[in-house]
Design a protein around this ligand. Structure first.
Ligand SMILES: Cc1ncc(COP(=O)(O)O)c(C=O)c1O
Length: 383
């Protein structure tokens, strides 16, 4: 079988097997082999693959109403917004629904321009915020930016987590500062809550909006609803996507009351944003996370993985179930070894760091299989 059908534009180098079905933390290939999914379909399968409660909610909604745009009031959309705002806490009062992480960031940055009248942004070295033009403007990836330079908005990239650089920065002409609370693609890089508090202060003093891009860190992944809750920092805007509807495409821009009050109907829009299927899936996803105590589970399982990861993994980075395994020059071979054992993990822009972003309900048994796989590789390398 070819890697891609000739009609499908190649984007990623796909796994060398087609996935047929999924159940909880496993996907099953066309030959019936099970693969343990610590990659989570790129951090998306928050409640696992095909959680029965999410599947039922989507199926029931399909038979009621597949779609109507924001031109109509839909009870399921109102309920989804209320559920997400309640889940987020942290002074978030309204949400704009869209369809992806890039679209959420694009809209958050546009809101900042509209409210401040400023045209420049600040972001951080190593950041990934998406591929649409404003999201790409604040993304520090030269290979993605190079063909579009003249179309991108002015941005300064500061060192992430660097208190001295932050103290020296001037945001007085910046519409917004956008930050991933954990820089996932860059290699699961973290910064302390004191640094985020200083960033909050600096934005407040200079009148720049603080946007937390929680596309990966949000919706319970870190063992808290959002990183903002975990760090005790209140951003002006939080963006989310990926796991929020367990894999049904959805993005969200959460904002404070005063920001929502400054926007009027027509300022933001998206035909498919907040569609009934995504809203039903979001409500079910949040209910599963709460009912099954998945935030506490994510926290406990991460502690277990961290405590028992030895050998070639020199450092376990990250929080909750967004973890980076620093394995130096052996990272690539470790990934291949795990693959041979039917365990999928992610890579990152740092060739020494592998990423774990499994479903939040990944089992302890699965964690043991991962730990065994890493241990076996270490023993083989040491022999
Ligand atoms: C932190 C972060 N922000 C934004 C995006 C863009 O999301 P999407 O691919 O849904 O546009 C991603 C995607 O990986 C991401 O990791």
């Amino acid at each position: 079988m070819t890697a891609y059908s000739s009609t499908l534009l190649p984007t990623y180098a796909p796994y060398p097997f087609p996935i047929a079905t999924g159940e909880r933390e496993y996907v099953v290939d066309a030959a019936g082999n099970r693969w343990l999914d610590f990659y989570g379909g790129h951090c998306v399968a928050s409640t696992g693959h095909c959680h029965p409660a999410v599947a039922t909610a989507i199926a029931e909604q399909v038979h009621k109403l597949i779609f109507y745009s924001a031109a109509a009031q839909l009870p399921v959309r109102d309920a989804a917004a209320a559920a997400l705002v309640e889940f987020a806490g942290n002074s978030m009062a309204s949400v704009f629904f869209c369809n992806s992480g890039a679209e959420a960031n694009e809209n958050a940055l546009k809101i900042a321009v509209k409210l401040t009248g400023r045209r420049k942004f600040a972001a951080f070295q190593g950041a990934f915020h998406g591929r649409t033009l404003l999201a790409l403007s604040v993304t520090d990836a030269p290979k993605l930016r190079k063909d579009f330079d003249s179309l991108l908005a002015p941005v300064d990239f500061l060192p992430f987590g660097d208190a001295t650089a932050l103290a020296a920065a001037d945001f007085s002409d910046r519409a917004a500062v956008i930050v991933e609370p954990i820089q996932s693609m860059a290699g699961v890089k973290t910064a302390g809550s004191a640094w985020f508090a200083a960033l909050r202060d600096k934005c407040t003093q200079s009148g720049a909006l603080l946007i937390f891009d929680e596309v990966q860190t949000g919706i319970g992944r870190l063992g808290a609803p959002f990183a903002a809750n975990l760090y005790g920092v209140a951003p002006d805007i939080i963006t989310c996507a990926k796991g929020m509807a367990s894999g049904v495409p959805m993005g969200g821009v959460l904002m404070r009351t005063d920001i929502a009050a400054a926007l009027k109907p027509g300022d933001l829009g998206s035909t498919f944003g907040g569609g009934p299927l995504a809203c039903a899936a979001l409500i079910a996803t949040l209910k599963v996370i709460n009912d099954e105590n998945l935030m506490a589970h994510a926290h406990a399982l991460a502690q277990h993985i961290r405590a028992n990861m030895h050998g070639v993994v020199r450092e376990v980075r990250g929080t909750g179930l967004l973890l980076g395994l620093e394995a130096g020059a052996q990272a690539k071979a470790l990934k291949a070894h795990l693959f041979d054992r039917h365990i999928l993990v992610g890579g990152s822009d740092d060739p020494a760091v592998l990423r774990l972003m499994p479903p939040l309900n990944v089992s302890t048994v699965a964690a043991e299989l991962l730990l065994d796989g890493v241990g076996e590789f270490g023993a083989r390398e040491a022999a």
